[in-house]
Write a protein that binds this ligand. Structure first.
Ligand code: ATP
Length: 350
């Protein structure tokens, strides 16, 4: 059964016109997010990510295009209807945006004030603080909390009005890696337990890798590549996507150090230095054994990294393949037939 599209951006365009210049922040973007997705939008600073996601709740009105959220044509709503609709779309931010003069409980209660009776608000605040693991800090003030705790308050506040969608705008960018990981895990848990749809914008593919099921890569206002997390990691097409992935795998550093190894400096005959990338059941040992057994090609592993993405092994090996040219050619065909990506790596001697 096809999943329900909860966000559909169609040909959305945002241009900022200032006195002396005009910025094309979002350039004719289409984006569909389905219920239950954790959709990562990754790109460098200035790529247009914030502007794009702000069109979802119309914090940013598009210059042209259509925005449909939870079945509503957002641009057709009256201001009152829009206020109502925005309650279904929570948002969390890099700098938390908490009010320092209010307690944690009052920060979480803030979006409900004047809308619900006090007893109901109190109960909701308690429930939300429990959800994010801060039930014992209700009377504290934001300045007494760590960055990770502040973001938990941000999440509790965003969820207080029971939204179906949560937009996370660089929510972990100000946090250290361990805290980032725990906040991402919390988002994943909320996605699973509440069925919350999440749009996560970030400049770090690492965050996307940890929790997203889909990813779009943005550059200069456009989405240049998109797909399931596994497809994008296994077969990235665009150089920028490859760069983002290699940064999270720390492959650039690995390749540099491999290049300096003696086994690589003096490659013989048809020997080749290659990177093998694969997704799925195959592991390095059967792969390497098969190359030798069936093709008489040895694969000397100089670097190996296997990670689990969405429960699926994702392997990257840097190996020297040794054999006759004909055997190596047959090996390449076998690898391609078995969905193992092969990338030639130039050595210092080349
Ligand atoms: N209100 C605005 N007025 C004018 N220009 C803007 C405005 N908001 C964003 N821009 C410009 O639009 C472009 C995209 O900005 P945006 O903040 O969406 O990028 P981003 O990918 O989210 O980067 P960052 O993570 O640095 O915010 C940038 O060139 C930015 O300077």
């Amino acid at each position: 059964m096809a999943k329900e599209a909860v966000i559909t951006l169609s040909d959305v365009d945002v241009q900022f016109r200032e006195k002396n210049r005009s910025v094309h922040a979002v350039d004719h973007v289409d984006l569909t997010v389905e219920r239950g997705d954790i959709y990562g939008v990754v790109g460098y600073s200035g790529a247009g990510k914030s502007t794009l996601v702000r069109t979802i709740n119309l914090l940013q009105r598009p210059t042209s295009g259509a925005v449909n959220v939870l079945g509503e044509d957002m641009l057709a709503l009256s201001p009152k209807q829009l206020r109502g609709e925005r309650k279904r779309i929570g948002m969390i931010f890099q700098h938390f945006n908490l009010m320092n003069s209010l307690t944690i409980a009052d920060n979480v209660a803030f979006p409900l004030k004047g809308i619900k009776p006090k007893a109901e608000i109190d109960q909701k605040v308690q429930e939300m603080l429990k959800l994010v693991g801060l039930e014992d800090r209700a009377t504290a003030f934001p300045t007494e909390l760590s960055g990770g705790q502040k973001q938990r308050v941000g999440i509790a506040r965003a969820l207080a009005s029971d939204p179906e969608i949560l937009i996370s705008d660089e929510a972990t960018s100000a946090l250290d890696p361990k805290t980032t990981s725990s906040i991402l895990e919390l988002l994943k848990e909320l996605n699973e337990t509440l069925g919350l749809t999440i749009v996560l914008i970030t400049h770090e593919m690492e965050a996307v890798k940890q929790i997203c099921n889909k990813v779009a890569v943005m550059d200069a206002g456009r989405i240049i590549e998109r797909g399931s997390l596994l497809d994008i990691f296994a077969k990235p097409q665009e150089q920028l996507t490859k760069d983002f992935i290699d940064t999270t795998l720390q492959l650039d550093a690995a390749i540099e150090s491999v290049r300096k190894q003696p086994a690589v400096a003096h490659l013989q005959g048809a020997d080749q230095l290659v990177r093998l990338t694969y997704l799925g059941a195959s592991t390095d040992q059967p792969l390497v054994a098969t190359l030798y057994k069936d093709f008489n090609v040895t694969a000397n592993i100089l670097f190996g990294d296997i990670q689990i993405l969405q429960g699926t092994p994702f392997g990257n090996l840097i190996v020297v393949l040794s054999g006759t040219q004909a055997d190596i050619d047959r090996t390449f065909k076998y690898l391609a037939d078995n969905d193992v990506q092969v990338q030639h790596i130039t050595t210092e001697a080349e």
